[in-house]
Design a protein around this ligand. Structure first.
Ligand code: PGA
Length: 219
């Protein structure tokens, strides 16, 4: 059976001390849940080292992801964090999130370069699409359908429509599709029971570790 994915996107939140507190709460999770489900936590770059050492010291079976990656390889690119550097800490990278697309106005070509660099260094892209027609670069296998109206709005897509969009995305390639946008512990079950969805991407609700634990329990 394919794994059920739960991706926690912490966005641009948490200082080092706040992240430590989050982790202290998260580590109280029933560890068997982490065996059954694939949990991927995506904190800011500045926190990846903390998440990596804390999860290994506390035997927390979670994977880590970055929230973005440079479209350039290592070199003289001040301010950029490249895929080779991320691979020291993480196995996944969120690419093409709509909040980034809006801020950076990235083209499909730039997003494809990011995917290529991830693949070069053994990172798995979690490629965000906003609708069924969003371009998906070669080499992507994990797609997150995140309609813009649903992100951070408390107004999720319906599970039935998310399932329909996922089925259309799957006609274009061998993808596992996640749903993201206002997922909570109350609605997570209705999304993961859809036949074309392989999990969820959780933003705001993951900021409280206890809420993320509940989402994992209910998924
Ligand atoms: P949200 O964010 O759960 O806060 O709606 C989802 C996302 O942006 O990935």
């Amino acid at each position: 059976m394919d794994s059920l994915f739960i991706v926690a996107n912490l966005k641009s939140n948490k200082t080092y001390d706040e992240a430590r507190l989050w982790l202290e709460t998260f580590k109280t999770i029933d560890k068997s849940l982490l065996e059954e489900k694939k949990i991927i936590i995506c904190p800011s770059f500045t926190l990846l080292g903390l998440f990596k050492s804390f999860s290994s010291d506390n035997n927390l079976k979670v994977s880590l992801g970055a929230q973005n990656v440079s479209s350039l390889d290592e070199g003289a690119h001040t301010g950029e964090v490249n895929a080779k550097q991320i691979k020291d800490f993480a196995d996944y990278v969120i690419i093409g999130h709509s909040e980034e697309r809006k801020l950076l106005n990235e083209s499909d070509e730039v997003l494809s370069q990011k995917v290529n660099l991830c693949l070069k260094y053994g990172l798995n892209p979690i490629y965000c699409v906003q609708d069924k027609d969003t371009f998906i670069p070669q080499g992507v296998s994990l797609v997150a359908y995140e309609p813009v109206f649903a992100i951070g709005s408390g107004n999720p897509d319906t599970p039935e429509n998310a399932n329909q969009v996922a089925s259309e995305i799957k006609t274009k390639g061998e993808y596992q599709v996640l749903y993201g946008g206002s997922v909570t512990n109350e609605n997570v079950g209705s999304f993961i029971s859809q036949s074309n969805l392989s999990g969820v991407l959780v933003g705001g609700a993951s900021l409280e570790a206890q809420e993320l634990i509940k989402i994992i329990q209910n998924a």
